[in-house]
Write a protein that binds this ligand. Structure first.
Ligand code: ADP
Ligand code: MG
Length: 692
């Protein structure tokens, strides 16, 4: 160890260098995301092995790993049943055979008769009697003392042995005292242990540490580490939020004349939740900093009208607004809605999609460029290059989690005169509170937690595919009674071609079985114009039954449709089932969702169907979904660009997130240098992601 490092350590100051890490080793460590001493010390054990005790061979229990100290009796290379190294060993209580199917000559040299070994593994009954296959082993002296703490097992990578990694970490622990980011008073108030002590405990738990608490990470040392991790995340989110408040946006000051007229023209009045959300949005739009608001509301809660009001508000203030949707079908539905609501108020709406004819597109672009059209609706065609909004004041993104960070950013960059446009993101995928607090903490959120009145609840039925005929009969009855129905074809994830084929076949079978009905087919491979025509025919009631793939999943709104059949429902994810079911129950007729499943059901398939059967509230379903899948996979979470948590678990550690949120606020204002320390310790070099 260099003298300077030793001095620094002795003085209690942190030694900021690596100890004994050359370029090659640094490369391997980088694969584990270890880029400096802080990362090394935060590379915490996955689990522990108990080498503090010895088990006698006679007491070994099958299936339970233990440590034994044995002496070698003999070693031979046996040819049968295949070439292998076989060593007979014993302790005072009995004998055991060790078998190695792969071995180096060096191993054979270690296993000389009379040598003492510490072996770690499971004893089982085998070919040669009691035996152990490929035990972890170490040659020791007969009276070598046992370690007095649990042995950490670290995540590692090819070319980096567990023992080498362990040595490296231990060496760093010896020279480094890890600085404490939190003031002593706070630690005391929260009942948290010191950071340095927590790290040392996790790398080398004391003999009396509760193994179960280490295992399930409820141990106070784990609590401390996880707290700092969520705290760092909260701080970085706050900073991103603050940075946004520094940017400029056009201040959209409106008279309320147009929005008032729109409200007057509607056949319904806004729900309380819609009014609240609209009020929050209007306030944001009038501020000189860009709004970044998520409008979250379960399927059918009425987000579109709120978006329309916001867009109209922008137009009133003399600015343009764009609404972007992830699919043609959804974008077109929005367009049709806006084209019904707004032109009577003297507001032109432009339509832009990837599939439209070049001439039409150029004409639309011209309308936008001249400012003649103040509002635009479309797919991602909206953000493609030549589309210029000379005065874009507001960008609305529907089903925002379906877009990548970059696509959302490029809308933002279309701002007017160096300012950023206001952003309104909409999502029907409810985000459980803990997830919202971490992944979306840099957004303001308005929630539509109330459905428009007059909806009858959807009845969900689970039906085995053996009873398909009955389902077909129910569809016929409903359609004959003047209702409309969807029939969603099975999801075939492996092959789009197969999915298409299934959809076509299902369509043919149903059309033949239901000759009295007008049946249509909708799938992702149809030309956009065909899709639009089919959808329009269904909206107009010309088609009674729509056989479809999941293209109808998002946003389709046909109030007269009151029956939804989903085939092979067990293959769909919970969020998807909830979205699909939400296509019905939009009018006043009693709605039914029939989930046809095929036997045998997998464990998760069964759990998912149970959840969707028992719950209609999207938040409840999302919570269950989070529970079943974990947050990493949660829709959009990755795309939000926020660093994922390594140690904390948003569900199990929800209380920590709550506390961290409050502490983050105070630390940020009262001790920013401590906040800096946390950020660089946890996210050094990774924060850029947050800006998105
Ligand atoms: P989502 O939130 O799923 O996007 P939509 O905006 O498509 O929901 O609204 C669903 C349906 O409810 C639409 O037909 C819409 O016109 C209607 N709607 C919206 N708000 C109200 C309301 N306050 N009262 C009655 N119907 C409403
Ligand atoms: Mg919608």
């Amino acid at each position: 160890m260099p003298a300077s490092v030793e001095r620094a350590a002795a003085a209690g100051a942190p030694a900021r260098g690596w100890v004994g890490v050359g370029p090659q080793l640094a490369g391997r460590l980088a694969k584990l995301d270890i880029r400096g001493p802080d990362d090394l010390l935060l590379h915490l054990p996955l689990r522990y092995e108990d080498e503090t005790r010895l088990t006698r061979i006679r007491d070994a229990r099958p299936g339970v790993a233990g440590q034994f100290q044995v002496q070698v009796l003999s070693t031979e290379i046996s040819a049968r049943p295949r070439r292998q190294l076989v060593a007979r060993v014993e302790d005072a209580s009995g004998g055991l055979v060790l078998r190695f199917l792969n071995f180096y000559p060096s191993l054979q040299k270690q296993l000389v008769p009379g040598a003492w070994l510490r072996i770690f593994g499971e004893v089982r009954d085998g070919f040669f009697g009691a035996e152990m296959i490929h035990p972890r082993l170490r040659v020791v002296s007969e009276d070598e003392p046992l370690p007095d703490s649990l042995t950490p097992i670290y995540p590692t990578t090819a070319g980096l042995a567990q023992s080498a990694l362990r040595k490296l970490i231990d060496r760093q622990l010896r020279v480094d005292r890890v600085a404490e980011p939190l003031p002593p008073m706070l630690l005391e108030r929260l009942g948290l242990m010191g950071f340095d002590a927590a790290l040392r405990t996790l790398h080398h738990p004391p003999p009396d540490a509760d193994p179960a608490a280490l295992e399930d990470r409820s141990h106070p040392a784990w609590q401390r580490i996880k707290f700092d991790e969520v705290l760092a995340q909260q701080i970085s989110l706050r900073r991103a939020y603050a940075a946004r408040r520094q940017r400029n946006a056009p201040q959209l000051v409106a008279t309320g004349a147009l929005t008032g007229a729109l409200l007057d023209s509607l056949p319904f009045t806004l729900t309380g939740a819609q009014q609240r959300a609209w009020g929050e949005i209007a306030t944001d739009l009038a501020s000189p900093h860009p709004m970044q608001r998520l409008l979250q509301g379960d399927v059918g809660s009425g987000k579109t009208i709120v978006a329309a009001l916001a867009m109209l508000h922008a137009a009133e203030a003399g600015f343009q607004a764009a609404l972007m949707a992830p699919t043609e079908i959804l974008a077109e539905q929005h367009y049709l809605k806006l084209a019904e609501w707004l032109p009577p108020l003297g507001i032109q709406v432009a339509w832009l999609s990837g599939s439209q004819k070049k001439r039409e597109r150029t004409a639309m672009q011209a309308l936008l460029a001249s400012g003649e059209a103040m509002l635009a609706v479309g797919t991602h065609a909206l953000i493609e290059d030549p589309v210029a909004f000379p005065r874009l004041g507001l960008a609305v993104v529907d089903e925002q989690h379906r877009f990548g960070v970059r696509q959302r950013l490029s809308l933002r960059e279309k701002g007017f005169d160096g300012a950023s446009p206001h952003m309104l993101m909409m999502s029907a995928t409810p985000i459980p509170r803990t997830l919202a607090m971490s992944y979306y903490a840099d957004l303001d959120v308005s929630v539509l937690d109330e459905l428009p009145p007059g909806r009858t609840p959807i009845v969900t039925k689970l039906v085995s595919d053996a009873r398909r005929e009955e389902v077909i009969a129910r569809v016929r009855d409903a359609c004959v009674a003047g209702r409309q129905a969807y029939w969603v074809c099975p999801l075939i994830e492996e092959s789009e071609a197969l999915q298409l084929q299934t959809a076509t076949e299902t369509f043919e079978v149903l059309a033949a079985a239901l000759p009295a009905l007008r049946v249509g087919l909708l799938h992702g491979r149809m030309k956009p114009a065909e899709k639009a025509a089919t959808m329009a025919a269904f909206v107009a009631g010309e088609l009674q039954l729509l056989v479809a793939t999941t293209v109808i999943e998002v946003g389709v709104d046909v109030p007269n449709a009151s029956m939804m059949v989903i085939e092979h429902a067990e293959r769909f994810g919970l969020a998807q089932l909830h979205q699909l079911r939400g296509r019905v129950g939009r009018g006043s007729a009693e709605s039914v969702c029939i989930l046809i499943y095929a036997q045998p059901l997998s464990q998760t398939g069964r759990q998912r169907l149970k959840v969707i059967f028992e719950h209609t509230d999207g938040f409840e379903i999302a919570r269950e979904d989070l529970h079943l899948r974990g947050p990493g996979e949660f829709v959009g979470a990755r795309q939000s660009g926020v660093p994922l948590l390594r140690f904390a678990d948003l569900e199990a550690d929800a209380a920590l997130v709550e506390t961290a949120r409050k502490v983050a606020e105070r630390l940020q204002t009262e001790a920013p240098q401590r906040a800096d320390m946390l950020l660089s310790r946890w996210f050094a070099g990774r924060e850029g992601l947050l800006r998105a």
